[in-house]
Design a protein around this ligand. Structure first.
Ligand SMILES: [Zn+2]
Length: 145
């Protein structure tokens, strides 16, 4: 879209009269036989530094939100302590060995797999003194922020 000086001055003029961008586009389209969109007039007015003089036109969505009555929030459920949350669908950067219950020992990760018996377990060497390997320990004990 090419803008000539005449169109620029028309845009300035309409803008100073307080027309909306949609109105400016339609007036100019009639006058110059153009097919300007609202966005085109917005873009051009930005380039001409016109927007700084206008304050009333705000993004429509914002206005919409502010007039909407806020839904009443239900009371928050009580906080559950992190230790009692069992992660079910967490992506862990470790490939489980899927060992059986019988194969479990003190030194291997006991992170369970499977939704129903027979369950399998991670089976990788566990963190010293912990029941899980490092990746699973991090999942079950996320660092506190
Ligand atoms: Zn593990």
């Amino acid at each position: 879209m090419l803008w000539n000086d005449e169109m620029d001055s028309e845009l300035r003029d309409l803008f100073s009269k307080g027309l909306s961008y949609t109105q400016i586009a339609s007036v100019m389209n009639r006058k110059f036989q153009t097919v300007l969109t609202r966005n085109a007039t917005i873009g051009r007015s930005h380039r001409l530094n016109l927007q700084g003089t206008r304050t009333e036109e705000r993004p429509r969505s914002r206005k919409h939100i502010s007039t909407e009555p806020k839904p009443v929030r239900a009371k928050r459920p009580p906080m559950i302590k992190a230790e009692f949350i069992v992660p079910v669908c967490v992506e862990v950067p470790v490939k489980p060995r899927h060992i059986t219950l019988q194969e479990l020992s003190e030194s291997v990760c006991k992170y369970p797999y499977g939704d129903e018996p027979p369950y399998t377990f991670c089976g990788h060497p566990s963190k010293t003194g912990k029941p899980y390997c490092s990746p699973h320990w991090n999942v079950t004990n996320p660092p506190r922020s």
